[in-house]
Design a protein around this ligand. Structure first.
Ligand SMILES: [Zn+2]
Ligand SMILES: [Zn+2]
Length: 312
């Protein structure tokens, strides 16, 4: 999986940062992308990437503040213009359905694909054979969710040399062995799946949080995750403002990561008060923590393999 930030700013766009949006690229895993939040002009940001709107399968909205949703109607319309014909599912807090439906009807936006809007409660909001997505309420000034994406255990790798050595012919028997079934060969020999497959691999765990003060649910969502994406609107020295406006400092984000035992932290939702030259100072405030911490810029892309996160 890869993580691509389309907007890393807070509240409103600035010359350096657009409003919130992030893409979880699952092209290898399921041939599609998932989006988290869709601030104004997100589709303009997409134009500068290789992301195809028709490949966006799900959009998870953390909360209904404009800097997280004002890009949705335009993106939904363009997805239709650009040939998207597959189901798009949007998950978000109560109110998202009314707002979107009124906006699409008023602007006479006719989508050529099925759109499903799910107003969520806390708990598991999606599960299939590959993934589980869980939502929990955070502490902001309006209802705001954080999400935890868990990739289920991956099928073990087929050790083809071992299968060859045992005389398994290429074809359906190999597929059965890979799926965990023991098979009988044409010569009567039985080959066990465990003889020709490796260890099952753990999938990734990712926590994507919306706007929030430091809170326990953030820690639960991020528990032992590979990557935690946490807002850091404020910094040391502006803690009072963070509390008042329902936000976190970069140190709060690092504390959540530490308490949760998450492997990597990416901080987003950066206030426009911080100019590019201030970012180094922000990093200094969290230099004591012993896990990798990145402050995301727009268009930063990260790759996570076996818990190791790299900016690509
Ligand atoms: Zn925000
Ligand atoms: Zn907000």
């Amino acid at each position: 999986m890869q993580i691509l930030f389309l907007g890393t700013g807070a509240g409103m766009p600035s010359k350096q940062r657009n409003t919130s949006s992030m893409i979880l690229k699952l092209l290898e895993e399921r041939g599609s992308n998932w989006m988290f939040d869709c601030g104004e002009a997100t589709q303009h940001q997409i134009l500068r990437t290789t992301v195809k709107p028709r490949k966006i399968e799900k959009i998870f909205i953390t909360h209904l503040h404009g800097d997280h949703i004002y890009g949705l109607p335009g993106l939904l319309g363009s997805r239709s213009f650009l040939g998207g014909d597959e189901l798009l599912t949007i998950y978000g807090p109560k109110g998202i359905k009314d707002w979107l439906e009124v906006t699409l009807i008023t602007s006479q936006t006719h989508l050529k694909y099925p759109l499903k809007i799910i107003e969520i409660e806390e708990g598991i909001i999606f599960e299939d054979e590959q993934f589980i997505v869980e939502a929990r309420l955070l502490e902001h000034v309006v209802p705001c969710f954080g999400y935890r994406v868990t990739q289920k255990q991956l099928a073990p790798e087929l050790l083809i040399e071992k299968a060859d050595a045992l005389g398994v012919p290429r074809g359906p028997l190999l597929r059965l062995l890979k799926s965990g079934q023991d098979v009988e060969l044409p010569n009567g020999n039985v080959v066990r799946s465990s003889e020709v497959t490796g260890e099952p691999k753990e999938g990734f765990k990712l926590a994507v949080l919306g706007d929030t003060r430091y809170c326990e649910n953030s820690i639960l969502l991020a528990k032992e995750s590979d990557v935690l994406i946490h807002e850091g609107t404020f910094d040391t020295g502006t803690e009072e403002l963070a509390r008042e406006y329902g936000h976190s400092t970069i140190v709060d984000a690092a504390n959540v990561c530490e308490k949760a035992g998450a492997k990597n932290l990416i901080v987003n939702h950066i206030s426009a008060r911080f100019m590019p030259e201030d970012i180094k100072n922000l990093a200094v405030q969290v230099s004591e923590y012993n896990f990798p911490i990145y402050i995301a810029d727009d268009f930063n892309e990260f790759s996570c393999i076996n818990g190791k996160l790299d900016r690509i």
